[in-house]
Write a protein that binds this ligand. Structure first.
Ligand code: DAH
Length: 344
């Protein structure tokens, strides 16, 4: 019978259409093309009125079944489309965790800062206060009150850059001793360290720089002796170069201390046996020190009958060079990032 054939044809055609549809919107269009008010099924239903009465129930049943089949095709395709949408979304939003990330370079403190802070921490731990003084200093504090009168031959070793006859770039951090003593109104005990830049008229080479960094140490009290200085020096040497270090004091001369000593530390590289770092001697000179000269105490208003003091001064570059095996002082100042980076 013709209508049943027609139904079969619609079913087949609908299946073909539905299976290739890729979007939900297109699927809806196909759905109304077959099942909508003006769709193919409505057309077929119109044929029902021409059928004999007894055939109508059967025809109704067959059409209904065909409709259900098409609805099933639509539902299946809907699921496929939805799945495809989700998969596509997942693929486009996936993060590849194995891709290399963006690298943010972080800087690091300069080696000189690192060593300076290490020395500061060591002295802060022993109860010292950190002081600062100006880099542009007056002759009186840089030299005269440190027992270096004008025309004193020891000034030759510390020629500097002069701003006027009386103002200059300080040649050492020792003037901070003078400033601290002058500033102390009660003329009481003092226990300070002072890190800072200093300047010399020097030709730059591997071991000389016209600008470098020192740390000054000053203790003034009523019962201070060479033994206190020695203890402080030994502690400093051990903290900076290792617990096994020993120190050796050699007599020396500084106008601002009496007696004065040059301090050697047993070589951290060879443990005192002798190597190229200690030039075969087993000892390395690290700093100058001494008992504060009475003239220096008196020049800053301290009664040298009542007060004594010890002082020391060290070059931070020298300590850093020894500790880290650096062979050219200019490396600290040429700011080559490859040098700086090594001390992260
Ligand atoms: N001021 C000296 C210099 O620059 C170093 C120094 C030596 C400082 C002995 C001191 C000291 O306080 O007691 O060469």
């Amino acid at each position: 019978m013709e209508v049943y054939e027609k139904l079969d044809q619609i079913k087949l055609e609908a299946e073909g259409h539905i299976r290739v549809v890729k979007t939900l919107h297109a699927l809806n269009e196909v759905k109304s093309k077959y099942l909508g008010k003006k769709g193919s099924f409505s057309e077929v239903m119109k044929l029902m009125k021409d059928l004999p009465k007894e055939d109508k129930p059967h025809f109704g049943q067959v059409t209904n079944e065909a409709k259900q089949v098409i609805l099933k095709y639509i539902d299946d395709q809907k699921l496929l489309i939805e799945e495809a949408i989700v998969n596509e979304q997942l693929a486009s939003e996936t993060i590849d965790v194995t891709m290399p990330g963006k690298k943010f370079e972080t800087g690091n403190v300069h080696l000189l800062t690192k060593v300076r802070e290490e020395i500061e921490d060591l002295f802060i731990g022993m109860g010292y206060e950190v002081m600062e003084g100006p880099e542009i200093e007056i002759d009186e504090y840089n030299f005269e009150k440190l027992n270096l009168p004008k025309d004193h031959p020891a000034r030759d070793m510390q020629d500097t850059f002069y701003i006027t006859d009386e103002t200059l770039l300080r040649t050492h951090t020792s003037p901070v001793q003078v400033r601290t003593m002058l500033d102390n109104d009660e003329k009481g005990p003092i226990k300070i360290i002072c890190p800072g830049k200093v300047y010399r008229r020097d030709d730059d080479d591997a071991t000389h720089s016209h600008q470098f960094m020192q740390i000054e140490v000053l203790v003034v009290d009523t019962n201070t002796s060479m033994a206190d200085l020695k203890g402080t020096l030994l502690e400093t040497a051990k903290k900076l170069f290792g617990e096994k270090r020993e120190i050796r004091l050699r007599p020396s001369y500084f106008p601002f201390t009496e007696p004065s000593v040059e301090v050697d530390v047993s070589c951290h590289n060879c443990n005192g046996k002798g190597c190229n770092i200690c030039k075969g001697t087993g000892w390395i000179e690290i700093l100058g020190a001494g008992m504060v000269n009475d003239n220096v105490l008196e020049a800053s208003g301290y009664d040298s009958k009542k007060y004594q003091g010890f002082a020391l001064g060290m070059g931070v570059e020298r300590i850093a060079m020894l500790k880290y095996g650096i062979n050219d002082i200019r490396l600290f100042y040429t700011n080559d990032i490859r040098f700086n980076k090594q001390f992260k």
